[in-house]
Each structure stands twice: as C-alpha cells, then as structure tokens.
Design a protein around this ligand. Structure first.
Ligand code: BGC
Length: 443
C-alpha cells in the first residue's frame, strides 16, 4: 500500500485539542475551564494541562512540523473560555487574536485549518450553573458559535461542532471519570439531550454564518463483540453498541435515540420538550469517525439499565495500548462499514485515530515500531474501505506531539513527535519519519 493509491483529493491531516496542547491556562485573559478545575485539585496526581505542550507559544513550530511531514490539514479546537472567559458576555480580545494567528499562519504555509468548536473544555463559569445538564447551554452555545463563526468564518471553511459527545457526556456526566466528575442518569440524560440539541443547533448556525462551509461533527466509536455466542452476551453487545456507537449519530440523522436497543433510554423522554424532535437532526456534510479500540461485551447485572459490561483487554491476552485498551486496527474498517449503512451519512472523515505507548527508549532512541504498524494497518483498511465504495475522504492522525491525555496525564503518548515536557523540545519519532516518507510519494 502506497499513498499514491489513495485518491488525489484525499486529505491527510493531524488533530490536536485546546486543553491538551495550549497551556497558558490562566494567562492572556483566559478564564478557567472544567479541565483546569479537574486537574488542579489536590487529589489529582497525574499532572495538569497548565502548560501542556505550550502550543500557545509553539504553534508556529508545530505547524511547521505539520508542513514538513507533508500533511495538508490541521484540526484544532477553540477553547471556549479563552474566547469568553466567563462562558458568555465579555470577549477576551487576546484569545480571539491568538486563534487568528494560528489560522493565518496555517494558511500562510499552505495548511488547511479545520476548527472544532467544542473539545471538552467547558468554561467553569458555565459548569457552576450546571454545565451540560442545564438547558440554558443551548443559548450559551449559540452565542459562542455565533461569535466564532462570524469571527473566523471568512478564513476557515471546515467546521466541526462537537468532539465525541459520548466521551465527554459519558465520562464526565455519568461515570464521573472526567471533568466535571458527575455521575448518575439524572446528570447523563439531560446532558446528553442538550449535547444532541447543540450538535444540530451548531450545524445550523455555521450554515447560516459561513459561506461555503463544510460542516461535520465527530463520533467516538468502538468495535463491539460479544464475549461468546450466548444470547445474553450478544444482547449485552447490542446494548453497548447502541450506547457507544449509535446514541448521538441517530438523532442527528432524524432517527431519534436508539431506544429499540434498551428500554432504559425511555427515561430520556423526561428531558425532551415539545418540538425538540424537529431540532435534533441536521444535514451534516460529513461525519468524523474517531476510532481507537475494540470492546468485548458481556452480560452483567451492573450497571442497571445497561446490564452489560466490558471484559478488560488485559484479561483477554490481546495487544493493548498504554491505556490498557485493545489495539485492533481492523475495527476501524468495521466501524466505517457500520457508519456507512446509514443512508443519511454523506462523506466520512477519520477525524482521529492513533495509538499510545509509554516512552520506549532503547540506546537513547525512541523505538516506535508499534505505532508505525498501527498506521500501516489502519491506512490499509482505509484504502480497502475506499475500494469498497465507502466514502472516506480523509485521515487525521491523533496526534501531532505527545500531549496531555486527560485523566491519564502525560504517560500515554500518542504523538508522532515526542515531547520533552520539561523543555518542550520536540523530536520527530520514527512513526513521524515513516509518515513523512509515506506521504512524500503521493504524487
Ligand atoms: C479524544 C482525544 C483523546 C484521544 C485518545 C479521543 O477520544 O478526542 O482528546 O486524547 O481520544 O484517548
């Protein structure tokens, strides 16, 4: 497989995010986000994103790397509280100028900027009023998106509304593992419904404000298999699949929530107001598929409603990444197939995929065979999808430089460029060099 086998128009990009990269967490007018709160509390021992990879100061170096590796597109997110320190109201001009600088520099060196409006760092001031559980978020989000699209819409044409709603709602408002550490259905259900409404509301606003916009939103996905052929496990897998892979895309496509998969979702109706059904869909130009791992599901009495759990990858004698998740490149192909069965899906971009390891230094050099392998295989499956008429139009690597991996801190390293977090020195890993050579033979 060579890069020249991909269509000429195929986009090769890389994705980063504001909280995981920017740093400058309380300077240049930025207000606190829920992730600043989460990582700076005393009981959190895995570091913080206060400096992260200092993209705030290093954006030119990082964009130069994007160029040097022969990538053509750069996806990054806007930090809501850098633009609106209090979430709504007064704008921070320095924050606004920063993103102009990033966009201008990308355009200057011939890199296409892709903007994600929300990659998990909700302004703390809004969380203080309930965050995603408060229906007022529709108005807060509308004001934020309205501002950003008017501000940057002449320069940026590709817009992504949300990054992986199931991740930030599931981990942050149900499992309590991510900011803002909320648990229980009473938080999850309203937060999820408001995210669904913001997903489409954001799409409509971009359409209105940005001429010739290309609009997408992204979904996390996992390839889910049952533990064995017993019916209870198969049904458990169906429920986990509905929760992880169908929950946010189906309402966007006008299909409603996947309540057919498990009755518990009926509770959602409490939060659905008259008229909401008409507001949930939006005709996205593309969907972003974000794939990292496979899940094996089995029946379990806990948690209630879902009655399913996953069998940890460490117990299954399979290849795992630094977050103990199963590395399974073929799952990407399976998920592309699954998303392609929806008639409402137009183009598909793989807006994130990657793999993490801890530093693997031998003879003073970073060994990076496993990451190269991951990309070789997932590229191969992407090509197979294209050959099988699945409309995959691009692949964005997660991620450019090792960054701050949320609740896991800096241990899991996903970058194709190594970050020394003490000095901020970047060193291109072997996977980065491999990618560079792979892409240089495109034409
Ligand atoms: C998120 C990234 C995250 C990556 C690796 C995705 O779910 O969008 O922010 O770093 O997975 O865990």
């Amino acid at each position: 497989m060579k890069s020249k086998h991909f269509p000429k128009s195929f986009k090769w990009g890389v994705t980063i995010s504001s909280y995981q990269n920017e740093g400058a967490y309380n300077t240049h007018g930025k207000g606190p986000s829920i992730w600043d709160t989460f990582t700076n509390r005393k009981s959190f021992k895995k570091g913080n994103g206060n400096t992260a990879t200092d993209f705030y100061s290093n954006y030119k170096t990082d964009l130069d790397h994007v160029k040097a590796l022969h990538l053509d597109s750069f996806r990054f997110s806007l930090s809501w509280s850098r633009i609106f320190p209090e979430g709504v109201g007064e704008v921070n001009p320095e924050g606004v100028a920063f993103y102009h600088d990033v966009i201008d520099y990308a355009l200057k060196i011939g890199i296409e900027p892709w903007v994600t409006l929300y990659h998990w760092d909700l302004p703390q001031a809004l969380q203080d009023q309930g965050g995603w559980t408060n229906r007022d978020i529709l108005g807060w989000f509308e004001a934020y998106v309205n501002f950003c699209t008017k501000e940057y819409g002449l320069k940026v044409k590709t817009w992504i509304i949300l990054n992986e709603p199931m991740s930030f709602i599931g981990l942050g408002y149900f499992m309590g593992m991510h900011a803002p550490e909320k648990k229980r259905l009473k938080n999850f259900l309203p937060a999820a419904h408001h995210a669904t409404l913001c997903q489409s509301l954001g799409g409509r606003l971009v359409r209105k404000n940005v001429e010739n916009a290309i609009i997408g939103t992204t979904f996390s996905c996992s390839y889910v298999r049952p533990l064995n052929r017993r019916v209870i496990h198969k049904k458990a897998a169906v429920r986990i699949d509905a929760l992880l892979n169908r929950f946010f895309i189906e309402p966007a496509l006008g299909m409603g929530y996947p309540i057919d998969a498990f009755a518990g979702l009926d509770f959602m109706s409490k939060y659905i107001k008259p008229g909401d059904e008409d507001l949930m869909p939006f005709d996205f130009d593309f969907i972003g598929v974000q794939y990292y791992f496979k899940i094996v599901a089995k029946f379990s009495l806990l948690p209630p409603i879902l009655f399913a759990t996953e069998v940890p990858a460490e117990k299954r004698n399979v290849k795992i990444n630094a977050m103990n998740l199963e590395i399974y490149p073929k799952g990407l192909y399976k998920m592309l197939e699954q998303f392609n069965t929806y008639s409402g899906v137009k183009d598909i971009y793989i807006t994130e995929s990657g793999v993490c390891f801890e530093d693997d230094i031998e003879d003073g050099k970073i060994q990076d065979k496993n990451r190269i392998n991951y990309f070789k295989k997932t590229f191969k499956y992407t090509l197979k999808a294209i050959e099988n008429k699945i409309p995959v139009k691009g692949y964005f690597i997660w991620t450019l430089v090792d960054n701050f991996e949320w609740a896991e801190g800096t241990k899991p390293r996903f970058g194709i460029i190594h970050t020394d977090f003490n000095t901020q020195k970047r060193t291109i890993k072997k996977s980065g060099l491999w990618l560079k050579s792979f892409l240089s033979k495109r034409k």
